[in-house]
Design a protein around this ligand. Structure first.
Ligand code: 0RA
Length: 333
């Protein structure tokens, strides 16, 4: 049952013009389901879940980068704990979505699992822990504003607890808020600003360290992609960009150790639509540092990608050692 359909005597609830269609009611039910059981969508409502909100938004920008359509994202934590994320991707489509007869932008922001399904095909590669999309962040925000730069115009929509305050519209430069606040983005892109709902999250403080670490990792995993992070609470600011991607990551890991070879070994291959990258360098210690990722997620417990890599590496080293006479045929591996 829905218990949040706005009524005339409920002025606190924003409400679109006109009457509710069955689809509107489905949207409201979806948002309400997220608000009733946030843990099912965002993992938890503590600090971890709170940080996951930012991650969901930034992951969308990284998806644009993986599609070759964006090369930068700008993340700002404001003094009032509002968060703004701006990318220079294609911008979320704003044209009317055929089945729902609403701007695709509104659909992406309000319909669960609607992200990435519009326009020219979905994303082939997609990062994200839950991958639940921006509509979940919207449902769990007391306020959210999205601005899209596309086709020479800026489009906007604002929401309260995921419910649109007004239809998507294009705005004159004088009404642009988010892109202007950062200033450097021209062309196309998406800017999202949100305030996490404090009635849902038990923790309201973003941790600079947690976010900074994650953004650094994302920069290693997406070579050539720039993440700029500004914390207006403290004026701390960092820019992450690694031309070498995971090669830079391995160099960073071996920074205080003695590498055995000068170069970091790197291989990249796409097999049956699955892209694999490996970077490796030996050092003079006896402890190994292995970091494996799948779809941008650190797979700390390993998995078939890591097992397969280890097997292939051992086999290759053993084969070479036998050929080179370092191992005799009957020697153990
Ligand atoms: C759906 C389709 C397209 C782009 C996006 C979504 C998109 C979503 C987000 C979220 C944050 N930044 C984003 N940038 C893009 C493809 C659009 C096209 O084909 O022009």
């Amino acid at each position: 049952m829905i218990d949040r359909v706005p009524t005339d005597d409920d002025p606190a609830q924003p409400r679109p013009q006109g009457s509710y269609s069955a689809q509107d009611i489905q949207v409201l039910e979806g948002l309400e389901a997220v608000r009733r059981r946030p843990g099912m969508y965002i993992g938890s409502t503590d600090a971890r879940g709170l940080h996951q909100l930012i991650r969901e938004i930034v992951d969308n920008s990284v998806d644009e980068a993986m599609a070759g359509a964006a090369d930068a994202v700008d993340i700002t934590i404001h003094a009032d704990n509002r968060v703004t994320v701006i990318d220079n991707g294609r911008g979320i489509p704003v044209d009317e979505q055929a089945t729902l007869k609403k701007s695709a932008l509104e659909v992406v922001l309000t319909v669960l699992h609607a992200g990435g399904k519009f326009g020219a095909g979905g994303y082939k590669v997609s990062g994200g822990l839950h991958g639940v999309g921006v509509s979940v962040v919207n449902a769990l925000s007391s306020w959210l504003r999205v601005e899209v730069r596309r086709e020479g115009k800026v489009w906007v929509q604002e929401y309260h607890r995921g419910i649109p305050v007004e239809p998507v519209r294009s705005i004159p430069d004088s009404e642009v808020q988010l892109f202007k606040a950062i200033g450097t983005f021209k062309g196309t892109g998406t800017a999202t600003s949100f305030q996490a709902d404090t009635t849902i999250f038990t923790d309201a403080e973003y941790s600079y360290e947690t976010l900074s670490q994650r953004f650094r990792e994302m920069a290693y995993l997406n070579r050539g992609f720039t993440l700029h992070f500004l914390d207006e609470r403290t004026d701390h600011e960092e820019t992450f960009y690694f031309e070498g991607g995971i090669v830079s990551f391995v160099r960073h890991l071996n920074k205080n150790r003695a590498p055995v070879q000068q170069h970091v070994f790197f291989v990249e291959k796409t097999v049956d639509g699955t892209q694999v990258e490996v970077a490796l360098q030996y050092n003079d210690s006896y402890v190994e540092s292995v970091y494996a990722f799948a779809n941008e997620i650190n797979t700390a417990d390993g998995g078939t990608h890591l097992t397969g890599f280890r097997m292939a590496l051992s086999r290759t080293v053993n084969t070479y050692a036998r050929k080179a006479g370092i191992l005799k045929e009957q020697d153990t591996n």
